[in-house]
Design a protein around this ligand. Sequence first.
Ligand code: AMP
Ligand code: MG
Length: 514
Amino acid sequence: MNADSSAANAAIATAANTATAGFAFDNTYARELEGAYVPWQAAQAPQPALVKFNRALADELGLAVEVLDSPLGAALFSGNELPEGATPIAQAYAGHQFGGFSPQLGDGRALLLGEVIDRRGRRRDIAFKGSGRTPFSRGGDGKAALGPVLREYLIGEAMQALGIPTTRALAVTLTGEHIYRDAGPQPGAVLTRVAASHLRVGTFQFAAARGDEALLRKLADYTIARHPAPVAPDGNPYLELLRAVSERQAELIARWMGVGFIHGVMNTDNMTVSGETIDYGPCAFMDHFDPDTVFSSIDTGGRYAYGNQPLIARWNLARLAETLLPLLDTDPDRAITLATGVIDTFPARYEHHWLAVMRAKLGLSGEAPQDLALASDFLALLDAQDIDFTQAFRRLADAADSARPDAESGVRALFADDAALDAWLVRWHARTASDPRDPARRAADMRQTNPAYIARNHRVEQALSAAVEHSDFAPFEALLAVLQQPFDERAEYADYAMPASAAQSQGYKTYCGT
Ligand code: AMP
Ligand code: MG
């Protein structure tokens, strides 16, 4: 056999393999949104190795799980081989980063491979992060380091298990090369990410910044088709689009607040229109309750502090509204009035969702006028006494189970000053007295909404450093297993429920540097 024909045979074998992987791509974004992307190819990885494969998610996507959990998977998820039907593109977007506008950001180290329809009929994007430079890379190397990629895998799965809308990781592949970051050389990795879509507020800002109204309209129509919003027969579809995105974000942020999640970099390019959490860079979960909590090393002004997240969401939505003005009405004043009407309702919509989250956390059924004060006053107690947010609600669930001996001992043990707690508990018991559920049922329901386990910063750091520095994935796997069942308290994992020691949390910072 001559060299040419053996190369041809190898190519045929690869095509057959990639065809057996089960990706049934249908790439509407690439087909319909020309002008909002650049066709591009992933960089070649010198020595790809699949270190993490999300078999459950692969199955959900209808992929050939066994075929992919193999060297073929490493070849595909590193970008070395293209699965049949993929049309890789770098998506264009703009964005406000820490309040300053960049008219062109885009996928500088990411590629959208395409879309598949999952087993439940949902369209999902499959994308790479860390797959090399693109025309949008600016000064960056287009690469991702293993630590942040594993972090995105872990936190995404934790959010999913908490029931919070999120993008998810399908695979982590080592590329076999080292990349250079402030902390020194790091193993390079590619994350394969699954998302309801990668449409962002920044995608609309890109079209608007170019003054390309045709593209803007195509994008809006595409978004409406992909993420349908209810529209009255005589309604304005673009106004309903804005309202739907606002509503999804109001609910999402309320859910974040309910688990103490701090995204850390809520730039408009990191806010989806689908309502999924995206881009787990410097994110972290708060230990003791404090609305001013900030972990990100670059967020020196506290713009993206825990307590600011609802305000920032509204600010970002106002930027989305601005892009939609030309579509809302031919009369600019009228367009502004319509958009403002939606943006101005955000605080009330957010509070509605937040109160629903807090009622569930506090085990309150129905609605009573005192609920807002009851929730706010409990948080004020946690703040005043520096009490761990997650533990406080978990132990409050025990306190709801009044038939249990010493039901309140756990929550009491957290408070240095129980006089303040006692006064609050009296009000809480009075409110729950009208609950038709029996106390054990209420406690069980509270335990289904108040996690025992969150991705504690010190645990995440331990798991990532073992994997990155010693190729020891055991702590990562153990933590992942705990976080995949966050409501199921297990004696053998008691340590995972504990906050960091003062020494561990002192000056803790997170970094963007994927
Ligand atoms: P992020 O802060 O991760 O949401 O990224 C903001 C922008 O910076 C996006 O346009 C990214 O594609 C780009 N970016 C971040 N890191 C890199 C990198 N290592 N190489 C190229 N572009 C990057
Ligand atoms: Mg981003």
